[in-house]
Design a binder for this molecule. Sequence first.
Ligand SMILES: [Zn+2]
Length: 488
Amino acid sequence: MNKLAKVCLLPLMALMILLPQDAQAQGVSVIIDDVAQDYSQPPVIKDGSTLVPLRGIFETLGADVNWNQLEQKVTATQDQTTIELVIGSGTATINNQEHQLSVPGQIVNNSTMVPLRFVSEALGAEVSWDQSTKTVNITSSSNDGSSVVTNDDMEIHFLDVGQGDSTLVILPNDKTLLIDAGSRSAGEKIVSYLKKAGITTIDYAVATHPHEDHIGGFIDVFNEFEVKNVLDSGYVHTTLTFENYLDFIYDNDIGFEVAERGATIDLDPGIDITVLTDGADENSIGHAHDFSVSLYIEYNDFSAIFTGDAETELESDMVNHYGDQLNAQIYQVGHHGSNTSSTQLFLDHVQPEIAYFSFGEGNAYGHPHDEVVQRMAAMNIEMYYATQGDLIVTTNGKNYSTNQEPQSIEIDDAKKDADESEEHTGLININTADKELLQEITGVGPAIAKRIIEYRENNGPFERIEQIMNVSGIAEGRFADMKDEITV
Ligand SMILES: [Zn+2]
């Protein structure tokens, strides 16, 4: 890039910072009835929802579209369904019935973008998100015959219980595991959620540790469902909630076990559930979190790790015992995203693709803590927040999909910080620049930009700018042209 172009880059980058960060392309693909969609304006993720160009989505799903420029209003009609959506409005109507939108329709680069999931579901299509390929899969209602219901799926339901944890695991053979039950006030929600899911029996209830935000809801659950076994941390806590919980187990002859490292929970022959931590006994020293029951669930190629409120010390202990065997695609973030947990050491061994943060909006602890979020953003871990609602991960032991798109706000904040620092140096950070910005580098077109992004996704961030020569298409000549424009 010559001197003139570099000078011009500064106002351009300032402009990009003014634009909503997440309104930029993030490499999301959309497949409708097995056909990959090619949009003039690439799909974007905004506040955890994918937006796509208006015409593309409505017309592919067989709806007629009418755009009223003056009112900025979209009207789409398909058979008996009429959808009305005004750009910038948080609600839309389906047959005159008002619905809340997760994200309003908006104009991006002159394209009118609408929330994909809302539009698809309004038109009777099924929507799922495949994290590994960052793909939204849509099956239109006219294509029902092709969707095959399989029995060998495992589902993990991360419930939004405000400040607290509760995770339901439904195994392929329909046996159930409930890890924690939130606080007392969450009991009712958990009970109704389980009932709606058609559950009558909990085969294993796991109380990671006796704090109220993890065991408070168990009394409601015990009262409504047959609970066969309880796995406990062995840590004795002198609270009424804990006493009630123990009394119920004792009075109702529920099986009671204390965690033992290496023990397994054998519920489904296809699924390995391993206990990673030892429980407390009368000689144990430490506080409740030091004995937080941690579990590793493995289904062929798929794995997930749950650590309750485990903190630094217990995390290192797991690393010492298991090392890279802790590697898992899904990580339930320890201690609600507190900086007592999710240490770099632990994350380096787990290397999750998805992290789920369970915390309540505006909680007094400031969860999730910034440093944890930044740490994960730097590792390109997709983050999901309980404040977005329940997260369901479904897996067949090979692939997995989620019912939501990841939260993007915090990742974007991290990016914004990086972009702002670029504004000062005038250099482009090859670890954080998106596809557009990368193309500002001399010699980088769309194809090489894509390869740079793929490279850092597969290999982690570049440590030195010279490593960009590992990306195919960038040899010494090209590197010489760009080396004064880039940084890490
Ligand atoms: Zn907790």
